[in-house]
Design a protein around this ligand. Sequence first.
Ligand SMILES: [Zn+2]
Length: 256
Amino acid sequence: MIDSHLHLDDPAIADDTERIVRECAEQGIELLINTSCDYASMLQGVRLADAYPAVYATVGMHPHDSKDFDATFIAEMTALAAHPKVVAVGEIGLDYHYDLSDRATQRDVFAAQLEYADRFGLPVTLHVRDAYGDARDILRAQRRFLRHGVLWHCYSGSPEFARQAAKEGHYFSFGGAITFRNAHKEQVLAEIPIERVLSETDSPYMSPEPYRGKPNTPLRIPIIVAKLAEIYGVAPTDMEAAIRANTLRFFPKIHL
Ligand SMILES: [Zn+2]
């Protein structure tokens, strides 16, 4: 099984990395993609990828931290993008829910990072919250930079938006939120072909039911795969195989 988006470096679980990675291996969780948010997490993600065979990393600046997107960050991101285990630029995008960086800065930094991803030859992992209209406009304007793939992490948009994005070849990853009672993710997943779905935990965030509100770990990925299998009406092992094939297709630098 695969956790395509998590934050092992987050203080809530960072001290447990050794144990988490070992238990994942014991339970057949073969791939963990540590996702960058800021300068420190970008460096730590690559360190973890160097230390553990199952861990891969991304580079990039979360919309929350857009205000810190400076020359130092860009130089480091550019250098690390060539690392054999750096597989995407992310998580990048727009977050108008928390507004931790001003919106104009978020838009500029999102657009810029799409260009960098193209220059690096890497796909992008998107974080978009309460900003789907602006995200669509930026993706349209930057269309020529999207040749290496677009993945919507923890997709929370409408079924109509998902239908359009799926038509454009985008991928979607789902985590704990699909297990919440009010999730209504069936309508969204009805618009997404099974060939475009990935699994994630976003640890330490977004714990699935019945762990909602507690720190999350990638050991809960089987709960996500089981829920996706239920929604798609396939056997969990078939869901797992589809997710594995989708993940390897979307992230060409990953070799398992
Ligand atoms: Zn995340």
